[in-house]
Design a protein around this ligand. Structure first.
Ligand code: SF4
Ligand code: FE
Length: 492
C-alpha cells in the first residue's frame, strides 16, 4: 500500500477507534460528521494528487530508506531541490483546497526528528535514530498521515514545566518501565489530529535539567488506549450543519481542523520512544521543527493567497468594477505581497544545508523571516480582498432567501425574486455566482477558513515573537558591526 488514494485514506480512517468529543458529546461517526468531513476531504487531496501524473514530481519522492516511491509528505529531504519541491507542493495544495491541508505537520516533524535523533545518539549512544527510521518505514509503507504535535497548554507562561501548579500542563513522562514509558499531558491546537493515523509528539520548548521528564518524544497511534481529542470550533462552523448548505459555506468541500489532544496515561513501547529525558536536545528538536514549519508557510499560505487574489478579481468583475485603476492596483499589491512570501519559502529552501544525519534542513534565519512576513502579509491581502469585495460580503441574506419561493411582493414576487433583483451586479454574471465568490471571501476572511489563512498565519508555526527571537539569534549583529566599522574606518 505504498500510495493510497483519497478514497482509500478516508476508508482507512474508519478502521480507527479514535475517541473524539465535540459540543460536550462523543462523536461516534466522526469521518462523516459534516463539521469534520471537509478537513478529511482536504487531507484526501494530498493522496489523490500523488496519483496525478502531472504532479508526480512534486507529490512523490523516492524513499532514501527503501528506494520505493512514497508520498512526499512521508519523505526525508535529501537535497535543497527536495526542500524547494516541498514548498511548491504546498503552494499547489493551497491552490487546490484554499485551506490548511494539515498533513505538513507530520512531514516537518519527521524531518526534525530524523536529524535530531541522529545527534542525540552521537552524544549519548542511544538508538533513537534507528527506532525512528523503523517508524518512518512504517509510515511510508502504510502512507499514513501523522500529526506532528508540539504545542503544550503551557499554563503560566512565566513558569517552567516542573514549576507549574498542575504538572500535566506540559506532556511528561509519568512512569518509566522496562518496556516503555507512560505519558501524561496534552497538546493544544493540533492541526489535523483527528484525521491522522498516528501522532508524533515533540517537546514544546528548550528544557533544563529539572524538566528532564518533559523532554520526551514518541509516536503512537491516534486510537491508543488513554488518548482522546476534543474538537476545536471555528467561526461559522455550524453553518455546515444546516440542511442543504452550499453557497453559504463559501468552501463547501474543504477545511482545516484543530483539536485538543489528551494523553491520559498512555503507554508507549520503547521502539516508539525517540527522546527520553535528553533535555539538552529539546531545543534542537523544537528549533528544527519550527524552522521546517515556518518554511512550509511560504508554500501553503501562498497557494491559498492565489485563490484569494483570484476571488477578489472575480468579485470586482461581478461587481462591474474590474476596469477601475485602483482595483487593478490592489490586485497588483496583493500579488506582490503573496509572491514575496513565496520568495521567502524558496530562498530558505535554496539556502538549505546538509545535517549530520545526511538529510537537508532549511536556512533557519530565512525560514524565520519567511514566517515573520506570513504573520503580516495575509492580513494585508485579506484587507485588500475585503476592500475589493465590498460590504455585501457580510450583509447579504442567506442562500435560503435567494432560493425561497415564499411570495412577498405586490406582483407575486418571491423572497428569491426580490433578492436576485436587488443583488444583481454586472448583468453578464448570475447573482448566484456573485454570492458564491463573496461567501468564499467571507469564509476565508472571517469564517471557518480564517483559522487556516488569517489567524494561523499569525500563530501557526509559532507566534511572531518566537520568530523574532530566532531572527535575533541568527542575525549576526556583531558581524554586521564589524562590516560598518571597516567601512567607516573605526579600528577598535
Ligand atoms: Fe500545512 Fe500550512 Fe496547514 Fe501547516 S498551516 S499544516 S503548513 S497547510
Ligand atoms: Fe499550521
Amino acid at each position: 500500500m505504498a500510495l493510497m488514494t483519497g478514497a482509500q485514506y478516508i476508508e482507512s480512517l474508519r478502521k480507527l477507534n479514535t475517541r473524539v468529543y465535540m459540543f460536550g458529546e462523543k462523536v461516534e461517526n466522526w469521518v462523516d460528521h459534516p463539521m469534520i468531513r471537509p478537513s478529511i476531504n482536504c487531507v484526501a487531496v494530498t493522496y489523490d494528487l500523488a496519483h496525478d501524473p502531472q504532479y508526480e514530481d512534486l507529490m512523490t519522492a523516492k524513499s532514501h530508506l527503501t528506494g520505493e516511491k512514497v508520498n512526499r509528505f512521508g519523505h526525508i529531504h535529501q537535497s535543497t531541490e527536495d526542500l524547494k519541491k516541498k514548498v511548491k507542493m504546498q503552494r499547489l495544495l493551497g491552490q487546490k483546497t484554499a485551506s490548511c491541508f494539515q498533513r505538513c505537520v507530520g512531514m516537518d516533524a519527521f524531518n526534525a526528528e530524523y536529524s535530531t535523533t541522529f545527534e542525540i545518539d552521537a552524544k549519548y549512544g542511544t538508538n533513537y535514530h534507528e527506532r525512528f527510521k523503523n517508524f518512518l518505514k512504517e509510515v511510508q509503507e502504510n502512507d499514513w498521515t501523522v500529526d506532528g504535535a508540539m504545542t503544550d497548554p503551557k499554563g503560566d507562561r512565566g513558569l517552567a514545566p516542573h514549576a507549574q501548579a498542575d504538572p500535566d500542563l506540559f506532556v511528561r513522562i509519568k512512569e518509566r518501565r522496562e518496556d516503555g514509558i507512560v505519558v501524561r499531558g496534552a497538546k493544544v491546537h493540533q492541526t489535523g489530529s483527528i484525521n491522522s493515523h498516528w501522532h508524533l509528539i515533540m517537546p514544546t520548548q528548550a528544557m533544563k535539567a529539572e524538566d528532564a521528564d518533559y523532554a520526551v518524544s514518541f509516536a503512537c497511534p491516534s486510537d491508543a488506549e488513554g488518548l482522546f481529542m476534543v474538537y476545536g470550533r471555528q467561526s461559522c462552523d455550524t453553518r455546515k450543519l444546516e440542511e442543504g448548505a452550499d453557497v453559504d459555506l463559501g468552501n463547501k468541500q474543504y477545511g482545516g481542523q484543530e483539536a485538543l489532544v489528551v494523553f491520559d496515561d498512555v503507554f508507549i513501547p520503547n521502539e516508539y520512544v525517540f527522546m527520553n529525558g535528553e533535555y539538552d536536545f529539546a531545543g534542537m528538536l523544537v528549533e528544527r521543527f519550527a524552522g521546517f514549519h515556518r518554511q512550509s508557510y511560504g508554500g501553503c499560505k501562498v497557494g491559498v493567497g492565489d485563490v484569494v487574489i483570484g476571488a477578489a478579481a472575480l468579485a470586482a468583475e461581478y461587481n462591474g468594477a474590474d476596469k477601475a485603476s485602483h482595483i487593478k492596483d490592489k490586485l497588483i499589491e496583493m500579488t506582490h505581497l503573496n509572491e514575496t512570501l513565496y520568495c521567502c519559502g524558496i530562498a530558505c529552501s535554496s539556502e538549505g544545508s546538509q545535517t549530520k544525519s545526511g538529510s537537508y534542513i532549511i536556512d533557519l534565519l530565512l525560514a524565520n523571516v519567511c514566517k515573520q512576513n506570513v504573520t503580516r502579509f495575509p492580513y494585508e491581502i485579506v484587507r485588500l480582498a475585503e476592500d475589493i469585495a465590498g460590504g455585501l460580503m457580510v450583509t447579504m441574506p442567506s442562500e435560503k432567501d435567494f432560493k425561497s419561493d415564499v411570495v412577498v411582493g405586490r406582483n407575486g414576487e418571491t423572497i428569491g425574486d426580490i433578492c436576485n433583483k436587488f443583488y444583481v451586479g454586472n448583468g453578464k454574471y448570475s447573482t448566484e455566482d456573485r454570492m458564491r465568490v463573496l461567501r468564499f471571501l467571507e469564509n476565508i476572511c472571517l469564517g471557518s477558513s480564517a483559522v487556516g489563512y488569517r489567524t494561523e498565519s499569525m500563530h501557526g508555526a509559532g507566534s511572531p515573537q518566537a520568530q523574532r527571537i530566532m531572527i535575533q539569534r541568527q542575525g549576526n549583529i556583531e558581524g554586521k558591526k564589524e562590516l560598518a566599522k571597516a567601512i567607516a574606518g573605526i579600528s577598535k
